[in-house]
Write a protein that binds this ligand. Structure first.
Ligand code: HEM
Ligand SMILES: *[C@@H]1O[C@H](CO)[C@@H](O)[C@H](O)[C@H]1NC(C)=O
Ligand SMILES: *[C@@H]1O[C@H](CO)[C@@H](O)[C@H](O)[C@H]1NC(C)=O
Length: 317
């Protein structure tokens, strides 16, 4: 077929329009409605199955999304299986998990619409579906994030993700750096109403901290000796370790928070009143948590033509 140059002009001009998406484009919940209408239901099936297989996976997926978003934005950088950067940071090494679950969801989506749905979006949806699977609130996930070409380096990662012994003021400013409020921080920490922590992260607290219920300290010391046993696990919420409820906050009131960064949220500082509010109102906790997860998912996404849509989450194309 012969096409005149003027036709060429209009042909390419028309084609080009959808490509001119500004790099600060807004995320949108309908992003895949026409390009992959079954993406969300496919991810949900995959995540529900994974949480049925292992309930802790719900916690691990929420945390994986958090660690992705706090370093270089929600760009799936943490999923890259490189051996020197982001994943080797103190906060991640031998700690973050759920990679194979996200990869399985990704491959299920690739099977129905290859090259369309980013790993960063799959991780954001997985965190929501995981929350719902253990009885937590639901929310509408904004979509349209793209995947990074590279992981962040170790130094940036260690700088941006809070550690378990961070003082309250530092925790507050680390969240402020990501445009999250004190309230967002307390609500998001409430997801540690599920999941587990390694002895190495709470040893100092159960042997040396003063703001702790003595019986609780003794119980936890049984499986976390003063030396050795670094990887021994304990539930972050001893009451209902696999249910997304507000007992995390009730534990804090009873000085039975496992990590120092848990108990610090209720030890006479500016966050005590928020903890009290979430004890009084589980609904308020749920709605604040959902709103904070949406805000966290908005941290510096790659959009438009930035980054790429990876074929496998563990490596760039
Ligand atoms: C406030 C600053 C935070 C600090 C200092 C912190 C620290 C930690 C530490 C040390 C662990 C145990 C890791 C291990 O032993 O391997 C942990 C687990 C966990 N954290 Fe946080 N975290 C923080 C914020 C958050 C936020 C914002 C979320 C969710 C959006 C979150 C969700 C979780 C979950 C669900 C687990 C359990 C993970 C599992 O069982 O695999 N944390 N956190
Ligand atoms: C926080 O908000 C400011 C102003 O909108 C923006 O320039 C900045 O990139 C945001 N930072 C993050 C980490 O989202
Ligand atoms: C990283 O993932 C890719 C793709 O799945 C795989 O081929 C490679 O062996 C993995 N590398 C490491 C270090 O695990």
């Amino acid at each position: 077929m012969k096409i005149s140059s003027i036709h060429y002009y209009y042909y390419f001009a028309t084609l080009a329009i959808p490509l001119i998406v500004p790099s600060d484009a807004q995320l949108s919940s309908t992003f895949y409605d026409s390009t992959c209408p079954d993406a969300l239901s496919t991810i949900r099936t995959s995540i529900r199955q994974a949480v049925t297989n292992e309930q802790r996976m719900a916690a691990s997926l929420i945390r994986l999304h958090f660690h992705d978003c706090f370093v270089q934005g929600c760009d799936a950088s943490i999923l890259l299986n490189e051996t020197t950067g982001e994943r080797t940071a103190l906060q991640n090494a031998n700690s973050v998990r759920g990679f194979e679950v996200v990869e399985a969801a990704k491959q299920a989506v690739e099977a129905i619409c290859p090259g369309v749905v980013s790993c960063a979006d799959i991780l954001a949806v997985a965190a929501r579906d995981a929350t719902v699977a253990v009885g937590g609130p639901s929310w509408t996930v904004k979509l349209g994030r793209r995947d990074s070409l590279d992981a962040a380096n170790r130094a940036l990662t260690e700088n941006d993700i809070p550690m378990e012994r961070e003082p309250l003021d530092d925790l507050i400013s680390m969240f402020e750096n990501k445009n999250l409020t004190i309230r967002d921080m307390v609500a998001l920490s409430g997801s540690r109403t599920i999941g587990q922590a390694r002895c190495v992260t709470f040893r100092d607290r159960i042997y040396n901290n003063e703001i702790i219920d003595p019986d609780f300290a003794i119980t936890r010391q049984r499986n976390c000796p003063e030396t050795g046993g670094d990887d021994n696990l304990a539930p972050l919420d001893e009451m209902t370790p696999n249910v997304f409820d507000n007992s995390y906050f009730r534990n804090l009131q009873n000085r039975r928070g496992l990590l120092e960064s848990d108990q610090v949220l209720f030890s006479g500082g500016s966050t005590d009143s928020i903890v009290q509010e979430y004890i009084n109102s589980p609904d308020r906790f749920n709605s604040d948590f959902a709103a904070a997860m949406i805000k966290m998912g908005d941290i510096e996404p790659l959009t438009g033509v930035d980054g790429e849509i990876r074929k496998t989450c563990a490596s760039n194309n």
